[in-house]
Write a protein that binds this ligand. Sequence first.
Ligand SMILES: C[S@@+](CC[C@H](N)C(=O)[O-])C[C@H]1O[C@@H](n2cnc3c(N)ncnc32)[C@H](O)[C@@H]1O
Length: 506
Amino acid sequence: MPDRVSDGQWSRLSEFIAQTTGLHFPPERLADLQRGVAGAARELGFEDTAACVGSLLSAPPTAAQVEVLASHLAVGETYFFRDRKTFDVLAADVLPGLVRSRQGREQRLRFWSAACCTGEEPYSLAILLREALPDLDDWHVTITATDINGRFLRRAATGTYGEWSFRDTPAWFKERYFNRTADGRYAILPEIKKRVTFVQLNLVEDVYPSLATETNAMNVILCRNALMYFTPPQVRNVIRKLHHALAEGGWLVVSPSEASHALFPQFVAVNFPGVMLYQKSGAKLPAKQPWMPAPPGEAARFVAPEIEKPSPWVQQVPVPLPTEPAPAPAPEEPAHAETRPTPRAMAETLYRQGRYADAAEMLAASFAGHTPEPQALSLLARALANQGELTDALAWCDRWITADKVDPAAHYLRAVVLLERGDVEQARASLQRALYLQPDFVLAHFALGNLARSGGKTGEADKHYANALHLLGRHQPGDPLPESEGLTAGRLTETIAAMTGMEAVP
Ligand SMILES: C[S@@+](CC[C@H](N)C(=O)[O-])C[C@H]1O[C@@H](n2cnc3c(N)ncnc32)[C@H](O)[C@@H]1O
């Protein structure tokens, strides 16, 4: 029972919860913490709360345990078109701008409902797009919806709701987009349902943006009514990572009560009637062929961007770059070059800071007049892919492959970019090529599994997932996977297990 847990233990548990989930339980919320942990203890099969607290404090919990804990501690309140004004602004002001900027180019739009709860928010977004974009079917639109709580996500994936989820929507809305079920609930139309992909993601612990989890190059991220429950350092940590996950010009949407000038220094705050949104606005993208190197003999015009010093209060999570050994200094470098970072090193720093456009610009400019090394080509292709500049990313992947035909990572990245463009057949060929070059490439097996699954080939999908699980069994759970930019072996194992019901290989 709670009274067998000492004050010191509760305080350490509160710190631990803040670290793993972001959720904030100061002393005045001790009763909420005790209630939630008692529920989690029962669900996790502990004899009592004290045993659960003791166990959580003595050994690192699994992601599944963290999820159960979060499901008992986090507020799971949501409904369709919550804060209606925000959706009005998205439809009237944000969407037209995004459409204009991408029309006739790559007609792609990427949305992320981070902390989506039981799905009302991302489905509202899907319905808004259906209403606001008459030519929606001509666009490649992705709506990724994530939450820490797998149970919420499973409910979201059913797409079935009771009256209470419609507390702020007019009657026509239900009639147009839902079918009545035999038990009096409302099932969302398949045409809307299929537009949303639900994925489990802990905003505090998991790595994003990541090409592997499709959390990159977002045009709009909704992260509403979750940050308000986080500790201040975790709020800043999450906002920084969300900033990285946005494409240039992308928008972060928080709830009206979370909007604050102080918390979003990296963003431009844009005030709409009754709604404050935050726009990522960094390097300006040149209008034409932005990332092609300068023609031979022509000097690249480039002003090095200022590199941010990490703020002391921001927990820096280093994103491992998929680069090989440090480059040997170029022979023509002047003597003082030792003390000055190379353009590639500076671009790597910019990349880690989420400044993909700056990193790309620096690399492209540094290529003028000489043949770039494969690692630099790799970094440029990734920076462009992270910005959603897929045509250019593909062109640089091809240059990378020309420079180093047998690097499986190059073929894998090419496949990821092709998948984002919807070019499934070419992507499959690139994944197969990556596996030919490196048969134990876990992420390539996983991606081929996803491809087979979305094509309805369950047997083939299971074969790839089983291969991936087998290979994951050779890693420690905390090992970051190559080419994943930080996705751990344990997390991918859990994801595959949750998707397929397959057991992890011990
Ligand atoms: C109040 S709901 C918000 C739902 C929706 N965004 C809205 O505004 O209506 C808060 C959600 O945050 C989720 N959450 C809490 N901590 C999280 C974390 N560390 N990572 C991801 N989601 C988290 C909870 O599971 C819950 O679904």
